[in-house]
Design a protein. Structure first.
Length: 155
């Protein structure tokens, strides 16, 4: 590559891959939507209120978006670092074998609206069967990972 050429962009370093915890995305998304909501509400007080409302809404939205966005990819980051320390982990499997079960467990907990793991287990198993891809786990093994993710998400 000569001095006039720019390096090619690495697609793995762009988008969410460049923001593994989702903070930049969440902040931007929250600020934009907060500005819109604040501007609309502020417009009730006139043109000045629109500007002030948009600024206040953007700040509040950014703060909330940062917090929420930080969780967007936080689960995967956590499990990539901690999976091998879990009692259900077996060295014969890769992270990718566990990924769908971990995702299903944490998503189910966020969407559960209450109740225990067992009450939602059948739905999780069905979702895991549809999304497991090339995972080599059987549900009995995946269930343990889904439960661990369920419990961690409830903290």
């Amino acid at each position: 590559m000569n001095a006039d050429q720019k390096p090619e962009k690495d697609p793995d370093k762009e988008g969410l891959a460049a923001d593994p915890e989702g903070k930049d995305f969440g902040t931007t998304f929250g600020a934009a939507h907060g500005a819109i909501a604040g501007g609309v509400i502020g417009s009730l007080a006139g043109p000045g209120g629109t500007v002030v409302g948009a600024l206040v809404g953007a700040s509040a939205g950014a703060a909330v978006g940062y917090a929420v966005g930080a969780g967007a990819n936080n689960d995967e980051t956590y499990w990539r670092k901690n999976l091998e320390h879990q009692p259900f982990y077996k060295r014969t499997y890769l992270f990718e074998d566990f990924a769908a079960a971990l995702r299903v467990g944490s998503e189910a907990r966020r969407e559960s609206g209450g109740g225990g793991f067992e009450e939602h287990e059948e739905r999780m198993r069905e979702k895991w069967e549809k999304t497991k891809g090339t995972s080599r786990l059987k549900w009995e093994e995946a269930r343990l990972a889904a439960r661990a993710a369920w419990e961690r998400t409830g903290l």
